[in-house]
Design a protein around this ligand. Structure first.
Ligand SMILES: Cc1cc2nc3c(=O)[nH]c(=O)nc-3n(C[C@H](O)[C@H](O)[C@H](O)COP(=O)(O)O)c2cc1C
Length: 171
């Protein structure tokens, strides 16, 4: 699972939390879904501003990412942790230090027992120029932070193993 940093404005201030439960759930238009515990401080801000950001930290950002995942904005001010920038929606802070940022407009919230699933439409994607290869984000250059719940460790990305939608044809 790639670990993401979700950004939202909560009570007028940027707040960030670590989220591993994040996935693309529709291709065209592109939608992304994040699962947040109802106990988190960030949820209210996503409801208030109808927007959130998905930021992909590099492996070098393990310490800052983990900090976001340990301390709640309810007690700890995380607003100054990163250099925030704003995109098209003007309502959701994004993390300048992350090589990839995805700006989302909230579409729907699904209540699931003790979590809320926030489904957002991707409005814009911002990428550092040095993380692109032929104009597209390059996983090796981004070097995302991979989280394993099995042993509670962060890993860096390994080598590419085989080309998708191709290696299966060679069976
Ligand atoms: C590696 C990692 C992954 C996490 N993934 C999730 C997640 O997918 N969903 C979630 O609700 N909380 C997740 N958390 C916990 C929140 O990031 C954490 O409780 C955070 O402090 C909540 O911040 P907030 O109260 O300011 O919103 C994760 C924490 C870590 C360290």
């Amino acid at each position: 699972m790639p670990t993401t940093i979700i950004g939202a404005r909560v009570h007028g201030r940027p707040n960030y939390l670590a989220v591993a439960w994040c996935n693309i759930v529709n291709q065209n238009p592109p939608y992304v879904c994040i699962a947040l515990s109802k106990r988190h401080y960030t949820n209210a801000g996503i409801h208030q501003n109808r927007s959130f950001s998905v930021n992909i930290p590099s492996a070098a950002m393990a310490r800052e990412t983990d900090y976001c995942g340990i301390y709640s904005g309810a007690k700890t001010d995380k607003s100054q942790l990163f250099q925030a920038f704003y995109g098209k929606l003007k309502t959701t802070p994004m993390v300048s230090e992350c090589p990839l940022n995805i700006e989302c407009r909230l579409l729907r919230v699904i209540d699931i027992v003790d979590h809320e699933l926030f489904i957002g439409e991707i409005i814009a994607v911002y990428a550092d120029a040095d993380c692109l290869e032929n104009g597209k984000p390059d996983a090796g250059k981004i070097n995302p932070l991979i989280f394993s719940r099995a042993d509670n460790n962060y890993f860096a990305l390994g080598d590419a193993v085989a080309p998708a939608w191709q290696v299966g044809r060679e069976r």
